[in-house]
Structure formats: structure tokens, C-alpha cells
Write a protein that binds this ligand. Structure first.
Ligand SMILES: [Zn+2]
Length: 186
């Protein structure tokens, strides 16, 4: 019996936006911890999230640059899980109606032949908080920085057999460089 390794890639792209995905908090995760957080980030009762037009436009341009088909209908869902980096208990993500489907990334092999890595879909998602770990004397402590919570992300899913199709050239560094080039122009 012969086996074939099937390897896909899930790629996260942070969108360079001025604000977070659903509120007006600055999109500056490197600032002093927990100063860029509001009731929407923390999903307090009564909070009114509003989708960032800038994030939507940048994500849509990224999809088009990758040859993807923007969907006539896309929507956000609640991905429920409990973890300290997600105090509100769920993450807003496009689980069922992604922003785009299809598209691809072209990789050129050493012999000069170009192969296309197909993209299954691209969806938008808010990021979660950042966790840090330190010692207070002899006691290990976990620290939560909510500056990153709610940041805009676009996620692409490359279809299986990525590595075989690319002859091993589809390493994350090459794909990262390609996406960085596209994002610089948006
Ligand atoms: Zn906020």
C-alpha cells in the first residue's frame, strides 16, 4: 500500500489598518500593555461593534491580488472557546461565509517551471489578546495584553498537496515575502 502525504497551509495575514476590526481603538499592539482596549474589544454588555471599512477594503484588495473570487455574501460567526487570551469567550470569524473563494499563488521551481498553489478560501477574523509569561520571585505568572485583541486578520487556506506541488519550494518564507509585497502596495 502506498501513502501520499497531503499538507496544506493556513496563513494568517495581519492587515495594516489604523484601527481594530470592530472598534476605533488604535491598531498598535506594541504600545504599553492594555492601553488600546475598549468595551467593544472586551465585548462588554451593550458594546456596539462596527466593521472597519479600511480592513474590509484591504482584505478585499488582497483577495483580488491573489486572483480570488469575492463572494456576494460574507458574514461573521462566533467561534466559541475559552482561553485567557480571549476573555469574552468567543472570536468573531467568517466560518461559513468567507470573503472570497479560489485564487492561488504561483511558485517557480528551480527548473523554471511555475506551479500554482490553489487557495481554498480567504476569510477575515479578529485577533485575540497576547499572552506573556514571567516569574514573580519563584511564582510563574501569566500576563494578558489586550492591545492585540480585535486586530484585523485575513486568513488564507492553501489546499493540500502544497509541498508536493511546489517541489518543496512553498516554504512559509517564500509565501510571506510574496504577501508582504502585495500588502506594501495596498
Ligand atoms: Zn476597542
Amino acid at each position: 500500500m502506498e501513502f501520499e502525504a497531503v499538507i496544506g497551509l493556513e496563513i494568517h495575514v495581519e492587515l495594516n489598518c489604523k484601527t481594530k476590526l470592530f472598534c476605533d481603538c488604535p491598531n498598535n499592539p506594541g504600545d504599553k500593555p492594555n492601553i488600546n482596549a475598549c468595551p467593544v474589544c472586551l465585548w462588554f454588555p451593550g458594546a456596539s461593534p462596527r466593521l472597519s471599512q479600511e480592513a474590509l477594503e484591504k482584505a478585499a484588495i488582497l483577495c483580488l491580488a491573489l486572483g480570488a473570487n469575492l463572494q456576494p455574501k460574507s458574514a461573521f460567526d462566533q467561534k466559541v472557546y475559552y482561553y485567557p487570551d480571549l476573555p469574552k469567550g468567543y472570536q468573531l470569524s467568517q466560518a461559513h461565509f468567507p470573503l472570497s473563494r479560489g485564487g492561488g499563488i504561483d511558485i517557480t521551481d528551480e527548473d523554471g517551471t511555475t506551479k500554482r498553489l490553489r487557495i481554498h478560501h480567504i476569510h477575515m477574523e479578529e485577533d485575540v489578546a497576547k499572552l506573556g509569561y514571567e516569574m514573580e520571585g519563584r511564582v510563574p505568572v501569566s500576563l494578558v495584553d489586550l492591545n492585540r485583541a480585535g486586530q484585523s486578520k485575513a486568513m488564507g487556506f492553501l489546499i493540500g498537496q502544497v509541498m508536493q506541488a511546489s517541489g518543496g519550494k512553498a516554504n512559509p518564507k517564500i509565501i510571506r515575502e510574496l504577501l508582504a509585497k502585495i500588502l506594501k502596495k495596498i
